[in-house]
Design a protein around this ligand. Structure first.
Ligand code: ATR
Length: 292
């Protein structure tokens, strides 16, 4: 690695805080974007221990970073150390992007934006009036539920192993965005019928992720139809067991690589104020897919 000639006294720092961060691909994404757009920034990941989170945020402000990403497990905890957050990020209870604006840290959530952009890019369609079935009720499910409710989904079913968590998200969406959400117990007999009648299926759980790749988040008895779009937020492996089964049934399947890519693009746009254009974006996306 040779950084001579790329970093100067004027270079602004971008970072990532999380634990762990050692396998992140975000530096490749952002540093490539920086050189492609000729913007003088450098992106570095920082492994931060839980008890050092506040000190890390203060330190990043002290050295006047341009901004930073936040990853697991701090997307919720970070909120209390920020000066302000977007209304959407507060509803989602999750911040993955922070920008330093005149010495104040502002929090945003670009995960859900990344999900929505990649869904549209890969399928050529959106959520307006659609019946969506979300598997899981963690942070990703919460952010995606808010986003697709805002984008006019007709009905959102949130099915989880722990139904109370799905109920909590459904109530929040119904109260704050629109009355379209309902919770389900993933093991309830009715749930498989709702699954089959939903046009869009989204897995937000980690079930099927490397290294436990032989499992699916739904029962083998669930019936797919070839009209369904099945989106898995997992990108390692590129084809989870869920997507393999869905593809065999003729469904359109999409993995989480696009979500990862577009959340980064949205973060880069927030930090730099530029809007990345086509065909650059699609070309860059295609080369990013090959790197993963
Ligand atoms: P994230 O914030 O990335 O969405 P999370 O908060 O850990 O991750 O949420 C993971 C979701 O996957 C949860 O809804 C979890 O179910 P519970 O609410 O019942 O814990 C779900 N999940 C994780 N492992 C699971 C498994 N083996 N079977 C079914 N659901 C699982």
């Amino acid at each position: 690695m040779n950084l001579n000639g790329t970093i100067s006294g004027k270079t602004r720092l971008l970072g990532l805080i999380g634990n762990p961060v050692e396998h992140t691909v975000s530096p490749q994404l952002h540093n490539t974007l920086a050189s492609a757009t000729n913007i003088d920034v450098a992106y570095v990941p920082f492994h931060v221990e839980k008890e050092k989170l506040e000190a890390a945020v203060k330190g990043l402000m002290a050295v006047n970073v341009l901004g930073f990403n936040v990853t697991v497990p701090y997307k919720k905890d970070i909120i209390k150390y920020l000066d302000e957050c977007s209304k959407e990020a507060l509803l989602m209870g999750s911040v993955n992007t922070v920008k330093n604006i005149d010495g104040r840290f502002y929090g945003y959530n670009t995960d859900a934006e990344g999900f929505s952009k990649s869904f549209k890019h890969e399928t050529g369609t959106g959520f307006k009036g659609k019946q969506v079935f979300i598997i899981g009720a963690g942070g990703a499910a919460r952010a995606i539920s808010v986003k697709i409710a805002k984008e006019g989904a007709g009905k959102i079913y949130i099915a989880n192993r722990t139904p109370s968590k799905a109920l909590e998200i459904a109530d929040m969406v119904n109260e704050n965005v629109s009355s379209v959400a309902e919770h389900l117990d993933i093991s309830d007999a009715r749930t498989s019928k709702v699954f089959s009648s939903s046009g869009i299926i989204i897995n937000t759980t980690t079930v099927g992720m490397y290294p436990n790749m032989d499992v699916s988040p739904i029962e083998a008895s669930f019936v797919f139809s070839k009209e369904q779009i099945v989106y898995d937020v997992i990108y390692n492996p590129k084809k989870t067991r869920l997507l393999t089964i869905a593809e065999e049934k003729g469904c359109t399947v999409v993995n989480g690589i696009g979500m990862l890519f577009y959340q980064g693009v949205s973060a880069f746009e927030i930090w730099t104020g530029i809007k990345l254009q086509e065909p650059f974006l699609s070309d860059f996306y295609n080369s990013f897919k090959k790197v993963l």
